[in-house]
Structure formats: C-alpha cells, structure tokens
Design a binder for this molecule. Structure first.
Ligand code: ADP
Length: 359
C-alpha cells in the first residue's frame, strides 16, 4: 500500500489543458473517487498517476518515490478499464496471468495459487477456462479485477469500471468493490461521472471541473457544505435550486431579494464571506416545502406557478416558476394534490440556504 501525491500537475494536449495545476494527496489505504462531467480531466489525472500520460509540468509521487519520469511498469500500480481490456484469444486465466510468467519474479506454482485465490475472492473459479466472448459483462469485469488483484499492487486505479454494466449489476459490483477494499485496504483512485457511485464508494470525493479540483471532501460534507456553485449543482438529486439574488438589509435583517420574493437570511460565515451584494442563493429541493391547506407557515413564502409534477413513487418533485426563476420543490407526500397549472406557496428552510459569489 502507498500514498499518492500530485504537486502542481498540469497536462496539455496541444491547446487543450486537460489537467490544470492539480495538487492532490491520497492517504495510504484511502478510496478516493474523481467525479465530474465528461471532459473535465478525470481520466487524464488517473493516467498521469498510472504513467500512461506524462505530465507537462509538476510531479507525481507514489509512497516516498517520485515516479514522474517512470514507466507504468515501474510504478507498482494496476489499472482497471471501462472496456475491461481483455485479450479475446486468451482464456480468463491467461488474461489474468498475462505477463507474469515472463517476468520471472514468481516462484513455481505461485502464480497458480495467486490466480486461485483471486478467483475465489471474485467468485469466478468456474470461468477461468473461458474466453472473453463466453463471459457476460459482469464476468469480464471480474476477470479484469482478477488481473489487478493477483499483481498485489500498491495502488488500484479504476477508470469507470462499471459503466458498461446494467444498473442492477452496477449496484452489486459497487458492494463488491467496497468489500474488496475493506478486505485488502489497497489505496484506490476511481474515476466516474456518476455521482451515486462517487458518493457510495469514496472515503473522499474530488469534484473536477475544467481540469481543476473544485472540492475534495467526504461525500456527506460535499453534499452539506458545497464550496462552489458547481459542486452544489453537481452533487445531489434533484439538483440544488440556484437563483440570482441581491443581498439587502431590510429591517434589522439581511434579505436575499429575487424579482419574486424577499427571503430573510441568517447572519453567518457564508454571508460574511460574500464579497458583493450580488450572490447566487442555493437551496436543495427538499428544503423547499409546498404549503398544504391548513398548514401553519413559519418563515417566508414564495408563490410558485406549477409547470410540471414528477412522481418518483415515494416523493413528488414539483417544478414551477416564481417570477423569472425556475424552482424545484421536493415533497415527501407522494399524494400531495398538486398538478400542472396550480399556484402553490412554498417555504424556504432558512437554515438550509447556501450563498455563493456571483460573477
Ligand atoms: P474525462 O475523463 O473527465 O472525461 P479526459 O481526461 O478524458 O476527461 O479529457 C480531458 C480533456 O483532454 C478533454 O478535453 C479531452 O478531449 C482532452 N484529451 C484527453 N486525452 C487527449 C489526447 N490523447 N489528445 C488530445 N486531447 C485529449
């Protein structure tokens, strides 16, 4: 096992800056997930750690060793890819052991034992003599994991390893990955565009945007304390409402004023940190409650012209317009009598408001 450290790492492809001055420190045994939209630089970062790309500037260390100029084979990392990267003409066993026999670093019989152990861990003992064409997607992914596992690397690098699997299998494999990490405790860096995968797998999650890390934190902290508007919008479903507001003192209280509402704010560090009176107010849909008939209202309300109601079975997402803003409110009452065209009142849970700088 080993820690990983990236210092001011940049990777340019001609005029594209794929990775833009990243600093990163992964602790020994940690499961770190990179998440972000397509093209934000996740895979390139992973490939820089693997040695499959060379940094334009900056340094990469694994454990105490600076590996910036080392080949992938000299880094003691093992990578699992989305497309499994199995040789079609070889059996599962041959795929798993590929290159190990030739390396000469294993004693007689040791490779067979290692494969049997990995196969037992991954429940693929019965598949070792099959070729990839005779395996399902999930089985191929297990064989690809087996190839990583037998090498007992210091670091596992995984690039969207579950993307080609169906939804049910993805959930199952997520659980297995967590169990594998608990068993072996190998430092793991995992890339995905799927926030559920990120939130459920990561000890910490790094949210990337435009080649930079926007925030790196424990999953729950990312959700509760998003550092930027980008993170606020990217993490959580349905996505956080974000509205442009002006901050004004009204009475003895600061208020966030939209063209449809004036929402009183609590004094606090977020408000203090704002550099200007223009801001973006963020509130998660679950903290906007639709006021039902006879509900007593405590706090500010906003009128919403409902333009869509989505039933999720156990919850409802009520979409509507408040002036020029579009808002989403989440109701835990799936039978709430609201439909398109209605006008409803929603209340803000003031404690749950986030404020972000607006350019
Ligand atoms: P992600 O994994 O987040 O989808 P990537 O790291 O694959 O993003 O890509 C980041 C940016 O770098 C993208 O704009 C992509 O087009 C570019 N890029 C990645 N690899 C190459 C390459 N080999 N040559 C040129 N551009 C590349």
């Amino acid at each position: 096992m080993a820690s990983i450290a990236l210092e001011n790492v940049t990777k340019r492809f001609d005029d594209v800056t794929a990775v833009d001055g990243i600093d990163l420190s992964v602790t020994d045994g940690e499961f770190l997930v990179f998440v972000g939209p397509s093209g934000c630089g996740k895979s390139t970062t992973l490939r820089l750690i693997a040695g499959l790309e060379t940094a334009t500037s900056g340094s990469v260390a694994i454990g105490d060793t600076d590996v910036t100029d080392r080949d992938p084979s000299e880094r003691n990392v093992s990578m699992v890819f989305q497309n499994y990267a199995l040789f079609p003409h070889m059996t599962a066993r041959e795929n798993i052991t590929f290159g190990m026999t030739a390396s000469g670093s294993y004693a007689n019989g040791e490779i067979g034992r290692l494969v049997d152990d990995a196969a037992a861990t991954l429940d693929i003992e019965g598949l070792l003599d099959r070729k990839p064409a005779e395996l399902s997607g999930g089985e191929k992914q297990r064989v690809a994991m087996g190839r990583s596992l037998v090498r007992d690397p210091e670091v596992f690098l995984m690039d969207e390893p579950l993307s080609n699997l169906d939804a049910k299998l993805r959930v199952e494999m997520r659980r297995e990955l967590t169990a594998l990490h608990e068993e072996f405790g190998t430092t793991t860096v995992y890339v995905t565009h799927d926030q559920t995968e990120a939130m459920t797998l990561g000890d910490r999650v790094a949210v990337m945007n435009n080649g930079r890390i926007e925030q790196i934190d424990a999953p729950q902290r990312l959700y509760d304390y998003p550092a930027t508007q980008f993170v606020a919008e990217f993490i959580g479903s349905p996505a956080m409402n974000l509205l442009p507001v002006e901050i004004e003192e009204r009475g003895d209280h600061p208020h966030a004023v939209t063209d449809a509402a004036s929402i009183s704010l609590r004094d606090g560090p977020e408000l203090d940190a704002l550099g200007q009176s223009r801001a973006t107010l963020g509130i998660r849909p679950k903290y906007l409650s639709v006021v039902g008939d006879g509900d007593s209202v405590d706090g500010d309300t906003v009128d919403l012209e409902v333009d869509l109601v989505e039933s999720m079975g156990d919850t409802l997402v009520v979409h509507g317009r408040a002036g020029t803003d579009h808002l989403r409110a989440l109701s835990y009452d799936a039978h709430l009598p609201v439909e398109e065209g209605d006008r409803v009142s929603v209340t803000y849970e003031t404690d749950r408001i986030h404020l972000f700088d607006r350019d």
